[in-house]
Design a protein around this ligand. Structure first.
Ligand code: UDP
Length: 324
């Protein structure tokens, strides 16, 4: 029976991963300090004898050492994420992302554990290429613009993981997530779909930023979980970086309309200028599409769940848990 340590396992993606592994009969240990994760996400799993939860930060070396020694592999998802959190608390973002990843890699090296590092499409920065290939440049803005602290911290995590692979032969694989969505993603951290859905269900205005022509590709978390497991279990993926995302593009204006019609909401759709939305200090990407040929070639993965189905799952989740 494989024993997986999931850092950030009480978070949105981590809890879905835990669930998928337990469903296969695997053993799962989650370490999470519940800074952005929620105990409710993993509460149903606590009844499973193969599940264990450590309420602790990954920078606690003693605890990480013990958990690292006991597991077979590590899925590192613990990070400070979300636009609002980054703008509001840059120190925590940088420290959690950089020191946390260092701590995980050190333990992995000590016990020779394979690591999956969760990274982000943010590492392409403001490169405006469409679509993004794994080898494309990261184009970061000035250090005075807070957004780039997040991108830079995750890029440094990637550098570090690749350096451990090259110089210490640590088996690592890096996945760059593009706008992962699904039930349990909180509306509190600025992500667009949970915000639109909770606004629509409350009957509040749906806040489309700028003119709403900017677009994204949203990938269902269950598709992302499948990609992570295919990557960590494939020796050919070691030492490499993979985009993980959907290629189904939608504008924020069209997204707002879809959310409104699928919830049957009477909400107005309002356009909000960027300065008002983000209090300055933020630059938005107009378009962000992954090239997913590499992961498809190596693992055969491709997204299977449509945006409509995903939206219905999220709407159902917020109807049950309006405060999420
Ligand atoms: N966005 C929006 N209204 C909101 C929140 C976000 O129009 O209430 C837009 C945002 O400007 C961006 C897109 O939705 O263009 C995706 O934002 P999110 O923060 O979810 O993801 P990211 O920008 O990191 O891709």
């Amino acid at each position: 029976m494989t024993h997986t340590l999931i850092t950030g396992g009480a978070g949105f993606i981590g809890s879905h991963l835990s669930e998928a592994l337990l469903a296969r009969g695997d053993q799962v240990t989650v370490i999470d300090d519940l800074s952005t994760g929620r105990f409710e996400n993993i509460e149903p799993l606590t009844a499973n004898k193969n599940f264990r939860f450590a309420l602790e930060t990954i920078t606690n070396e003693t605890v990480m050492d013990r958990l690292g020694s006991e597991c077979d592999r590590i899925l590192h998802l613990a990070a400070a994420v979300g636009v609002q959190l980054i703008v509001n608390d840059p120190v925590r973002t940088i420290e959690t992302n950089v020191m946390g990843c260092e701590a995980v890699l050190r333990v992995a090296r000590r016990y020779r554990r394979k690591v999956f590092l969760a990274s982000t499409s943010e590492v392409y920065g403001k490169n405006n290429k469409v679509p993004f290939c794994e080898e494309d440049d990261g184009v970061f803005g000035a250090t005075t613009v807070t957004r780039w602290a997040y991108a830079t911290s995750k890029a440094l995590d990637e550098f570090l993981a690749l350096a451990y692979h090259r110089s210490q032969h640590l088996p690592v694989v890096i996945g760059r997530f593009f706008n992962t969505v699904g039930p349990r993603q909180s509306a509190q951290y600025g992500m667009v779909i949970p915000r639109f859905v909770s606004q629509a269900l409350r009957g509040d205005p749906i806040t489309v930023y700028d003119d709403g022509t900017q677009s994204r590709c949203f990938c269902n978390v269950r598709d992302v979980v499948r990609a992570i497991l295919l990557l960590i279990e494939n020796p050919a993926a070691e030492g490499q970086v993979f985009n993980i995302g959907s290629v189904e593009e939608i504008s924020m204006r069209a997204l707002a309309e879809k959310v409104k019609s699928r919830t049957g909401s009477a909400s107005k759709i309002t356009l909000i200028p960027y300065e008002q939305a983000y209090n300055g200090g933020f630059e938005d990407m107009r378009q962000r599409i992954p090239d997913i040929q590499k992961i498809r070639r190596v693992t055969g993965w491709q997204p299977e769940i449509s945006l409509e189905k995903t939206l219905d799952e999220i709407i159902e989740f917020f109807r049950r848990q309006p405060k999420a």
